[in-house]
Write a protein that binds this ligand. Structure first.
Ligand code: PEP
Ligand code: MN
Length: 288
């Protein structure tokens, strides 16, 4: 029988462990607190494709009560021929839609050279699964690498904390296993485990974890029940036209259903859904 893995190697300071901050870390993003009693939902398209597509997704998720807007401007694609994102133009589209709806913005950074332009548009920098061990890049929302153990994931977060960044959020997005029926295997046990071992907030991404729209709501509810602090969910107004990950995108109607089904599940485990303060004032200035 394989032994269960130890907590992070005790020869390192292990600032990531819960014992370093027993009450837990809360990360504040504008009016949203991640890691507190309230559950938060970041939603939006996989990729920023155009101003109209981003705005329709932002409008839909804001209307259903999302707390943050997600969207990729730099897309790490498996094939060099796939849509790679709109780059800086995409960042400003995303920032503008977020500002219009009072939603702080989450977007992935792929290279340190992108940081300077991202800071003006983005509130939370996402480090994707493919970059979990790109230590030059590590900031903020740290997704688990698809072949990373829990200890490796926590040690990647340790780099951030050791570098002085205390505003770190973890995100479980599924790992690669022998199973091919789903895009990845959602490791919800790791969510409960990491919540016990570490003081950092943990989000769950049921979109990349399953790859299948019809599994996103059940897994999002399961994540809420398992003790996650929130969700990162892909939403597209017309998933069949999406340039990226349409098969796993929720429609606005399904996202609205998710937001309505979350509160009773959260209540059953002693949590609540974060309540948005009125949509205005905008989190960031909206340029004309
Ligand atoms: C994403 O969230 O857009 C993404 C690419 O996810 P991951 O890094 O988990 O594959
Ligand atoms: Mn995606």
């Amino acid at each position: 029988m394989r032994p269960t893995s130890p907590a992070v190697d005790p020869s390192v300071p292990a600032r990531v462990l819960r014992s370093a901050r027993p009450s837990g870390t809360r990360v504040s993003v504008g009016p949203v607190e991640i890691g507190g009693p309230a559950f938060v939902v970041a939603a939006g398209p996989c990729a920023v494709e155009s101003a109209a597509q981003t705005e329709s997704a932002a409008e839909a998720v804001a209307a259903s009560g999302a707390h943050l807007l997600r969207g990729g401007a730099y897309k790490p694609r498996t094939s060099p021929y796939a849509f790679q994102g709109l780059g800086e133009a995409g960042l400003s589209i995303l920032g503008r839609s977020g500002g219009r709806h009072g939603l702080p913005v989450v977007a992935e950074v792929l290279e340190t050279s992108q940081l300077a332009s991202m800071i003006d548009h983005v509130d939370v920098l996402q480090v994707g699964a493919r970059n979990m061990q790109n230590f030059a890049l590590l900031r903020a929302l740290l997704k688990r690498g698809f072949a990373a153990t829990v200890d490796e994931w926590l040690l990647a977060a340790e780099y951030l904390l050791d570098g002085g960044n205390t505003q770190v959020i973890l995100c479980e997005r599924g790992i690669r296993t022998f199973e091919t029926a789903t895009r990845n295997t959602l490791d919800l046990a790791s969510v409960a485990l990491v919540k016990q071992r570490s003081h950092l907030p943990v989000l769950v991404d049921p979109s990349h974890a399953t790859g299948l729209r019809e599994l996103v709501i059940p897994m999002a509810l399961a994540a809420a029940a398992a003790g996650a602090d929130g969700l990162l969910v892909e939403v597209h107004a017309r998933p069949e036209e999406a340039l990226c990950d349409g098969r796993q995108a929720l429609t606005p109607e399904l996202f609205s259903e998710l937001m309505q089904r979350l509160p009773p599940v959260l209540e059953a485990v002693g949590r609540t859904l974060h309540r948005r303060v009125a949509a205005s004032p905008a989190v960031r200035a909206v340029s004309p």
